[in-house]
Ligand binder design. Structure first.
Ligand SMILES: Cc1ncc(COP(=O)(O)O)c(C=O)c1O
Length: 390
């Protein structure tokens, strides 16, 4: 199956007819996730964990259920699932603790391909510990981050590699399996920012072999939240910043305050949605539309797609791209597309370190369009027509 067009009916937010290429910044929410959140709040189950009445039991059951679904979706041990408000918040919290485990002179490798959420928290952690961040430089022409560019930076002081599982700007998905293997051979831990990978390809944390994997459910048809998977030795041994009565073991050590139960119910439903449709089917559908979009843009003379070598350059890429239109600022292009009811983003989209290698102005960036499961051929045609008419 490579067409999921009937899926559009599952997204109430699409009923206004807009073509939504803004998915990389947050997708529309699937009907079952909307229902699960509202049903939870109507149910009387809003309580807290570890009590002696049915609503408290329901809270415990919900955590187990959503952790199980996330474990199945990401190919990982469910006990490692930490739920928080966002990936930025989750990575900021865990790097506070990692900072305490670093010594002066230690090194952390970050990359210029990454969203700032997987760079700044490490920079702050390094600064506090007297450690150093070394940046692995992406190739701006090809948009790729070759494995050696990362591994060549390894020394016996490299404690962590923080690497993108998929670029939210230009879609590139680095070979994180090889990076993680080389890292572990060097005694280095690996944090993967999977926010832009999870919605587009099947993820298997067991196969990747990373120590941390971050994702955000609002990028895959669920509510605004972050899910951070942590390897079991870190989960138990890394000293967490926590308040005294908070759990002293497991994922609970890393979660601040009472969980947003309704959000957990929404995450659970969104995760089930991905599992029901099948990530392979979503990937196949998205890749077809991505090829159409990429080749269509290449045929428009005044358009330049950045960080790709040509219309065929679709392998190991999430279906997301950035482009410029000659003579127009990215902001103006985005406004014109908005007039045609085509939603895109412009700017750097927080991938601030990628702008210079890609030859883009830091503030202006480029226009970004992302394919998601609910984008069909019709929407791609609308975007291409709107760009052609500029
Ligand atoms: C690749 C990537 N990493 C991290 C983030 C940050 O996610 P959150 O908004 O959940 O903090 C984003 C958000 O756009 C992203 O696209």
């Amino acid at each position: 199956m490579n067409t999921l067009t009937d899926l559009k009916d599952r997204f109430p937010g699409l009923s206004n007819g807009w073509a939504r290429f803004d998915g990389p910044a947050g997708t529309q929410v699937v009907d079952t996730a909307i229902d699960a959140m509202s049903e939870w709040q109507r149910s009387g189950n809003n309580a807290n964990s570890h009590g002696f009445f049915p609503a408290a039991d329901a809270c415990d059951a919900l955590v187990e259920q959503v952790s199980g679904t996330m474990g199945e979706l990401l190919g990982a041990n469910p006990e490692g699932m930490i739920f928080g408000p966002s990936t930025t918040a989750n990575l900021m919290a865990v790097t506070r603790a990692i900072s305490k485990s670093l010594s002066p002179g230690d090194e952390i490798i970050c990359t210029t391909l990454d969203h700032s959420a997987n760079v700044s928290p490490w920079q702050i952690a390094a600064e506090e510990a007297g450690a150093h961040v070394r940046m692995a430089e992406m190739d701006g022409e090809t948009g790729r981050l070759p494995v050696e560019v990362v591994t060549d930076l390894f020394t016996n002081k490299t404690k962590w590699v923080a690497v993108s599982g998929g670029s939210n700007a230009i879609g590139t998905m680095p070979d994180i399996v090889s990076i993680a293997q080389a890292a572990h051979a060097n005694g280095t831990r690996v944090a993967v920012d999977g926010v832009h990978r999870t919605p587009h390809v099947k993820v298997d944390i067991g196969e990747i072999g990373c120590d941390l994997y971050a994702t955000s459910s609002y990028k895959w048809y669920g509510p605004h939240a972050g899910v951070l998977w942590m390897a079991s030795d870190l989960l138990s041994d890394l000293p967490a910043y926590k308040i005294r009565p908070a759990p002293s073991q497991g994922a609970g050590r890393w979660q601040y305050g009472t969980p947003s139960w309704e959000t957990l119910a929404g995450i659970e439903a969104a995760g089930k949605f991905l599992l029901d449709i099948g990530m392979e089917n979503i990937s196949a559908h998205e890749q077809e539309r991505f090829k159409k979009l990429l080749s269509g843009l290449h045929e428009i003379p005044k358009v330049r797609v950045v960080g790709v070598t040509g219309p065929e350059d679709v392998v190991d890429r999430a279906p997301t791209l950035m482009f410029l239109v000659e003579g127009l600022s990215p902001e103006n292009v985005a406004k014109h597309l908005g007039d045609a009811q085509v939603a895109v983003w412009d700017g750097h989209n927080y991938a601030v370190d990628a702008m210079e290698p890609l030859g883009l102005h830091l503030e202006q960036g480029a226009v970004r369009a992302g394919i998601t499961a609910y984008i069909g051929d019709e929407e791609v045609d609308r975007l291409l027509e709107a760009v052609s008419s500029l």
